[in-house]
Structure formats: structure tokens, C-alpha cells
Design a protein around this ligand. Structure first.
Ligand code: ADP
Ligand code: ZN
Length: 727
């Protein structure tokens, strides 16, 4: 099989190549991301390394490239069994020899993989930690050529972390058995205790530590007050027709409800939670991996076992419990580096629900949990760049505003909030601080609810005193009033609001408060939307590109289905985007596409080229301007046996133009028999003349040097022949 031949050829020459060659040939990327190269060189030099990089940062390449380059096999320890097959499929698809061993394999398949491994032909072997430490596995493989161990998700070793796995602690055996084999430990969890634990427990010898920025600039950040969430979510998804995403919900019931509502609007959505039978859960995962459904409405249990790189958005239906969890969840979007969106909804109620649960459950970590909850609430209410807040939380400083969060895009405008706050606080006082947020708003707005009359609140002086602001505005104001410490929520007493000393100062006019205005915020949002709508639509090129992207996406899906792998294994969204932008119709240009290594080119170059050509032809014929389309039309007619003069006539263009089209395409590698235009002898003659002439050569110079004996069309083809780009 070609794949076998290709990879065995690879393994002969790889040791002579540079990491950057491997990056280009196998992975199809031109440049390393920060630190990747240093990490690879460290590992190649036989040193241990600890690598901290965010999800989607590009950790895998750090051990995969050395594994491809070095003799022997790299053992990758990974706890995520469900990901192994995908990872191995992905590697095979770029021509790397990889396999996996875990409990999902049949005994037979297991033995077969062991044998292949024993023969020393594998570049990488993925093993679950249980397998690695079981039945003297390490002793058995002692005699084999192992070039390194990569411990993925290395934070699982630490009981301090959130993903502790007891099996991981036994990985200390690796160093004991293989003292001279380098170990590279990788994780996306960054805290110091975990890092120290990793080094200690794996017995790493003076490891080089690499810490990357945890910023994920391609993920846009937005937080909205949690009103009419479902309507907002619906319109969000409907505006993003083919983009897949996850809606994280708090409860199982909630995931089901949201999925139902989406389905009712014709959106392909499924729910996912730990209460479902495991087959049903894997079914949802599969459907999602394969782009067969657009949305999964899930509890946070969803996502650990998936490695889907083209999740384009993540919505949090509720305030998450803490910043770590939130960051990990939104990190599941945009792993391929293409643009992605994170949208969070929140309300006080969300906050109080968690607060109550935590307090009720008690436990030794209560303080910590509550303070973490406070931090995520502060993030939700932030009036400064959200990315700054997030990165700050992880101990990183972002110097400039990110420009890719809702605060940066639509900064708040402040108004004097004294009267507003006084109305609210005075109403509270008159109700003896015995009501929560929603009753307070009802009273301020003079609502006709029965409970108000029953409790006599319609008689107080401030009843209806806040009619000029609607429900949403009051919600927004009261959140800020609480946040500014003017009143507190008594969590232990049905969440009633209590005025603080600071609140009293404002109430009596001894202190002033600024409030962000919701009205102004909405005005600006509207103005922005109107501007965007009236401005000449992003440009025709943009929409054409999107249209082509959709076509390439469906081609990808067909190929993936035929092959039985998820679509993103064939190409990432990022590669397809790049392809839709460049519109390559020849091998040379196609090979420049991000992620297009040699093997991908060999496997998929032709069908994608074909699809792009078809797209151009169609658009060109419909009179839409697309660069290169006119050449494709000429070529298409030519390939149907129509002569150059007839093509010119039919298209109403000059014959010379048609010749230029064909010559250019030929020069760029198109399969055109140029002997129909020029003989070998003529080619030779022209070649001689070109050699004799000095650069730069104009057709005219050649024409004249030949005393006009060979016409321009032939010279054009001869030049194309001399400059033909062949891969
Ligand atoms: P991690 O394991 O850190 O979450 P991956 O190794 O899966 O991240 O890489 C995330 C994505 O980035 C993959 O699609 C990968 O192919 C891509 N990638 C990695 N390194 C580079 C690079 N140097 N240039 C372009 N893309 C890269
Ligand atoms: Zn920002």
C-alpha cells in the first residue's frame, strides 16, 4: 500500500531532517509557534521537559516531531482513552506510524499492536496509564527501543488538581525503569503546586520548564445579563447556521429543556449529561464529532473526552462555578486556531444558587469555593477588558485591551446613579429590608402583582417611584448597587437585600455612585448594528469565501464519512478557511495551504482542487468576478475539445487572451499537452535563445532574436514550459 511505502521511506530519511522540515512535510505548517522549537530541541537533546500550554496551543507537535525524527518509538501516556483513536487516526492520515493500546481494544487487536510495536516500526504508541503500569508492561518493553515518554495531561498526577487520577501516581516507575530515556510532561493546567508535583512524582531530572501564555486570542468573550436566555440563544445559533457549538447548562433537566427548545426551531441539537446511559452519551459524542449535529446542550461532564477542533462557540447558560472551569470550558472552542466565540449568561440568581449549594454542603473548602465564585461573578460584571481579568486571574499581565471582548468593543458609559440608588435603597428601608431583588423591582415599577397588595407594599411612598426604568434596567442597576457594596444579599435568609453602611451614606446623600447605563449600552449596540447593516456588506469577496468554505466543508464531510473518521481529522476549519481564501487550483498553491503536508496533499489535494475549480467555473459563468475564474472557463472549453479560435469566439475575447490563459495554467502545473501548441524542436530553439539573452527577458526580445520566425503564442508556451512549477 502506498501509505506503507510512504511512511517507511519517511523513517529512513527523517533523522537527517530538521524539525522545521518535518513540520512542513507532515503537518503542513510553515512556522513554529512560540516555544515549540525550543521544546523539540530540548527533547531531541535527551533532556526532560515540562510543558505548560493552553488547550489548542500546540502541545502534541512538541513530542510528535521528535518522535518522527528519532529512531525507535515514543510512548505517549494519556488518560483520555476515547481520544486515542482519533489522535492515532489523525497521525496516520499525515503519514505517521502510530497505534494505541487501551482497554477498548479486543485481545486480538491488542496482541497485534504489541507485535507491531515489538517490530520497532512505530513512531508513536499511545498507552493508557492503567496499561502502562499493569502486569509488568514496563519490564516487557525494556528491551525495545524507546526514544522517549510523553506524559499528556500530566496534571492528573497531582491530588491538588481538579482531575486527579490515582493511576498517574504510579508513573514514577517510568524513570525507575528507564533512567536514561527523556520524559516530556505536558499539561494545560498551570498552577505552581501542580507543576512541582509533576516534577517530583515523575522524578524528572533537572527538567527544562516551558510556560506559554494562556491567552487564547482567537476566542471572543462576551457576557450578557441572563434575561430571556433561550430567545437569545436561539437567535445566536440561528445567526450561525453551520457553526457547531456547545451550550453548557447547570442541571440535567436544563440540558434537556434547552435541547428541546432548539429542536423545536429546527436546530440539530442533542442533550448530554451524566444521567444518560453510556451508549446514549457516546452516541451524542459521535454525532457531534462527525458534524451530524450542530449543538450539544450539556452539563460540564461533556467535553473531557472530545478533541473536536472545530467547535466554533461555547455558551454558558448560567454563571459557571469558578474561573478555572469556565476557562477550560470555553477553551474547547477554536482549538484549530480559527475564530471562535464564548458567550456567558449570568444573573444574581445563578450566583445565589451556587452560594446556597456550597454553603449547604459545607466542607473544608467552603471558603475557597465561595471566593472563587466571587471571582467569576466579578468577571461577569467586569467593566474592564475581560481578557485582562481572565489572564490576571492566571497570573498573567495583558498590557493592552484585547479588542475582542464585549467590554472592549462596547465600553460602558456611566451616569450619576445617586437618585437611582436612593430610590432603591429607600424602598428597601420602607419594606424593612425583607424583600429580594425581584420584589424590589416590582415595587419600584409599581407592579400590580397580588403579593404586593397582600403585603401592603403598594402603600409605601416609593411604590412606582422607578417607573421610568424598565425591568432590565433595574436588574442591571441593582446588580451594580450590590457590587458596589451598597447592599448585601442575605444568603441565609431567603436572599433578602440588606442595606450596608455604605448604602446608608448614599441614601442620605453623603456619598455618590456612578452606574453604567444599560440604555446607553443598548443604544450603542443598536448604533453599531445599524452601522454594520448600512455599511457596504463586508465585501463580495467575503461572502464568496464563505460560500466556498461551505462547499469545502461538505466535501470534507463526504470524504470523512467514506473514511469513517470525524471531518476535522481530514482538515481543520482553519485549513478550509485558508483554502477558501487562497482558492488554489494547482498543486503548488494547494501545498501552501496551512495544514497541507505531503500526505494530505497526496490524499486530498485533487478532490479539493477539483471542487474549487468547479466553484470558480460556476461563479465565472454566472458573471461573478473571482480571480482566476476566467482562466478556468477557457480551460474547461479547451478540455472539451474546442479550439482556441472557437473558444475566443464563444467567449468574445481575443485569441491571444485564451492562449495566455492556457499558458499560465500550464505554467502553474495544469495538465495541458503543450505539443499541441509547439514542437520539441521549436522549444529547443527558443530555449537556446533565452539562454543567450540577458534577464529580464521580454517576449519581444525573443521574437526579435528569432527574426520573427516563431510567433508569440509559441514563445509564450515555451516560456511557460521553462518556468513550469512542478511539485
Ligand atoms: P493541544 O494539545 O495543546 O491542545 P494541539 O497539539 O492539538 O493542541 O494543537 C492545536 C491545533 O494547532 C492543531 O490543529 C494543530 O495542528 C495546530 N498547530 C500546532 N502547531 C502549529 C503550528 N506551528 N502552526 C500552525 N498550527 C499549529
Ligand atoms: Zn477586551
Amino acid at each position: 500500500m502506498d501509505s506503507e511505502i510512504l511512511s517507511s521511506q519517511n523513517s529512513i530519511s527523517n533523522s537527517l531532517q530538521q524539525p522545521s522540515d518535518i513540520l512542513e512535510r507532515f503537518f503542513g505548517y510553515n512556522t513554529f509557534r512560540p516555544q515549540q522549537k525550543d521544546i523539540i530541541e530540548t527533547v531531541l537533546s535527551g533532556k526532560d521537559a515540562v510543558v505548560l500550554m493552553p488547550t489548542g496551543g500546540g502541545k502534541s507537535i512538541c513530542y510528535q516531531i521528535p518522535a518522527i525524527m528519532m529512531e525507535g518509538t515514543c510512548i505517549v501516556v494519556s488518560p483520555l482513552i476515547s481520544l486515542m483513536r482519533d489522535q492515532v487516526d489523525g497521525l496516520k492520515d499525515i503519514g505517521v506510524k502510530a497505534a494505541y493500546l487501551n482497554s477498548s481494544l479486543s485481545k486480538q487487536a491488542f496482541m497485534k499492536t504489541l507485535e507491531t510495536f515489538g517490530n520497532g516500526v512505530l513512531d508513536l504508541l499511545y498507552v493508557s496509564p492503567e496499561k502502562l503500569i499493569s502486569d509488568g508492561f514496563l519490564t516487557k518493553i525494556k528491551g525495545l527501543k524507546i526514544n522517549m515518554f510523553a506524559v499528556d495531561e500530566a496534571h492528573c498526577i497531582s491530588s491538588w488538581g481538579h482531575d486527579f487520577r490515582p493511576e498517574y501516581t504510579k508513573l514514577s516507575q517510568i524513570k525507575a525503569r528507564f533512567p536514561n530515556t527523556p520524559i516530556i510532561a505536558l499539561t494545560a493546567t498551570a498552577d505552581k503546586i501542580t507543576r512541582r508535583d509533576i516534577i517530583k512524582q515523575l522524578n524528572l531530572t533537572e527538567p527544562a520548564t516551558y510556560i506559554s501564555s494562556f491567552d487564547r486570542p482567537n476566542i471572543s468573550l462576551e457576557v450578557r445579563p441572563g434575561q430571556k436566555r433561550i430567545e437569545q440563544i436561539l437567535s445566536f445559533i440561528l445567526e450561525r447556521k453551520s457553526k457547531v457549538g456547545i451550550v453548557y447548562c447547570l442541571s440535567r433537566k436544563n440540558t434537556e429543556d434547552v435541547a428541546d427548545r432548539l429542536q423545536a426551531k429546527g436546530i440539530k441539537a442533542m442533550c448530554y449529561h451524566a444521567g444518560m446511559p453510556s451508549e446514549a452519551r457516546s452516541e451524542v459524542q459521535d454525532q457531534f464529532q462527525n458534524d451530524n449535529i450542530q449543538v450539544v446542550c450539556a452539563t460540564i461532564a461533556f467535553g473531557m473526552g472530545i478533541d473536536k477542533s472545530n467547535v466554533r462557540w461555547v455558551i454558558h447558560y448560567n454563571l459557571p462555578q469558578n474561573v478555572e472551569g469556565y476557562y477550560q470550558e470555553i477553551g474547547r472552542a477554536g482549538r484549530d486556531g480559527a475564530n471562535a466565540e464564548a458567550l456567558m449568561f449570568y444573573s444574581y440568581r445563578d450566583f445565589t444558587v451556587f452560594r446556597d449549594i456550597f454553603t449547604k454542603n459545607g466542607g473544608e473548602n467552603l471558603e475557597l469555593k465561595l471566593s472563587k465564585l466571587d471571582r467569576i461573578m466579578q468577571y461577569a460584571e467586569s467593566q474592564i477588558c475581560r481578557r485582562k481579568v481572565l489572564l490576571n486571574y492566571f497570573g498573567e499581565d495583558l498590557n493592552e485591551n484585547c479588542g475582542n471582548c464585549d467590554v472592549c468593543i462596547n465600553p460602558p458609559e456611566y451616569i450619576n446613579g445617586d437618585i437611582i440608588a436612593q430610590k432603591a435603597l429607600s424602598a428597601l428601608t420602607r419594606m424593612n429590608e425583607r424583600v429580594g431583588v425581584s420584589m424590589l423591582i416590582d415595587v419600584l415599577r409599581g407592579s400590580g402583582k397580588k403579593e404586593i397588595y397582600n403585603r401592603g407594599y403598594d402603600k409605601i411612598k416609593t411604590f412606582g417611584a422607578g417607573r421610568e426604568h424598565n425591568q432590565n434596567e433595574w436588574q442591571y442597576f441593582i446588580q451594580q448597587i450590590v457590587n458596589n457594596g451598597l447592599c448585601e444579599i442575605a444568603y441565609d435568609q431567603k436572599n433578602v437585600l440588606r442595606i450596608t453602611n455604605a448604602g446608608k451614606e448614599v441614601l442620605f446623600g453623603n456619598r455618590s455612585i456612578q452606574l453604567a447605563s444599560l440604555e446607553k449600552k443598548l443604544e450603542r449596540q443598536k448604533a453599531r448594528a445599524a452601522r454594520a447593516a448600512s455599511a457596504p456588506r463586508i465585501s463580495k469577496t467575503q461572502t464568496l469565501q464563505e460560500e466556498l468554505f461551505e462547499r469545502l466543508r461538505s466535501l470534507r464531510r463526504r470524504l470523512a464519512q467514506a473514511k469513517g473518521v470525524p471531518p476535522y481529522i481530514i482538515f481543520t476549519d482553519k485549513s478550509l478557511e485558508d483554502m477558501a481564501k487562497r482558492k488554489p487550483v494547482n498543486d503548488f498553491d494547494m501545498s501552501e495551504v496551512s495544514g497541507m503536508g505531503e500526505r494530505k496533499m497526496f490524499l486530498y489535494g485533487a478532490p479539493f482542487k477539483q471542487e474549487i475549480k468547479a466553484f470558480m467555473l460556476e461563479k465565472g459563468r454566472a458573471g461573478v468576478k473571482v480571480a482566476g475564474a476566467t482562466q478556468q472557463i477557457s480551460l474547461d472549453l479547451y478540455q472539451r475539445g474546442i479550439s482556441v479560435p472557437d473558444i475566443a469566439k464563444e467567449r468574445g475575447i481575443a485569441e491571444k487572451t485564451v492562449t495566455i490563459h492556457l499558458a499560465t495554467l500550464y505554467e502553474n502545473g495544469e495538465d495541458i499537452d503543450i505539443h499541441k501548441f509547439i514542437s520539441n524542436k521549436e522549444l529547443d530553439v527558443i530555449q537556446q535563445v533565452v539562454k543567450a539573452l540577458k534577464d529580464p527577458i521580454h517576449l519581444k526580445d525573443i521574437f526579435e532574436a528569432l527574426d520573427g520566425k516563431i510567433d508569440y503564442d509559441k514563445i509564450r508556451f515555451a516560456m511557460a514550459h521553462l518556468q513550469r512549477r512542478t511539485n
